[in-house]
Design a binder for this molecule. Structure first.
Ligand SMILES: Nc1nc2c(c(=O)[nH]1)N[C@H]1C(S)=C(S)[C@@H](COP(=O)(O)O)O[C@H]1N2
Ligand SMILES: [Mo]
Length: 175
């Protein structure tokens, strides 16, 4: 009887350890930022809506408030920790209200529509940094959209892979 009891306890302990490990693996952290913000004031991003255009540099983007998102990606070498602003915060700052989505474009001409459901359902990060350091063009920077892939099984679907746009330089409102 004692032995069975011990085995049950041991089993429970193993279960707890395993589930904690699994949780840790798929968790996202959305934390506030403490390191110095970028001082790069070169215009990198144009946001366009009904009321006109607004231009952002890395410095003005980061001033909107930094968040950290750690996640798996679709590319093993890209898995890790990214810092930047929430897409929803940027759209608010640019005065884009009552829109159904945005057209996101990149320096290489690549472009995709992001429906508003995406940033309403999940904290989408417009990353300006990886491991707290600016991201070079060669490493898919300087501005890259990161989805919290580990937060939701749905984000493993191939349609979302297309929306992980890097080298972003344009956001246009779709009404
Ligand atoms: N800037 C930019 N972002 C991009 C792309 C691109 O060509 N340029 N390709 C998209 C597409 S179609 C997919 S499937 C993935 C590219 O993933 P891959 O390089 O593993 O094919 O990122 C997306 N983001
Ligand atoms: Mo693709």
């Amino acid at each position: 009887m004692r032995c069975v009891n011990l085995l049950t306890k041991l089993g429970f302990l193993i279960f707890c350890t395993l589930s904690t490990a699994l949780l840790a693996e798929s968790s996202i952290q959305l934390t506030s930022w403490s390191t110095p913000l970028s001082e790069d004031t070169t215009e990198q991003l144009t946001v366009t809506g009904h009321k006109g255009e607004k231009h952002y540099s890395l410095a003005s983007l980061e001033a909107l408030g930094m968040h950290t998102l750690s996640t798996h990606t679709f590319w093993p070498e890209d898995d890790g920790s990214y810092q930047g602003v929430l897409l929803s915060d940027l759209l608010k700052d640019a005065g884009l209200k009552d829109i159904s989505g945005i057209q996101l474009s990149a320096i290489d001409g690549f472009s995709q529509i992001i429906p508003k459901e995406d940033w309403q359902n999940w904290p989408l990060l417009l990353a300006t940094r990886r491991d707290n350091a600016p991201i070079s063009l060669r490493k898919k920077g300087p501005i890259r959209l990161i989805y919290p892939r580990d937060m939701d099984k749905q984000l493993e679907d191939g349609i979302y892979r297309l929306r992980w746009i890097w080298m972003i330089n344009k956001i246009e409102a779709i009404y």
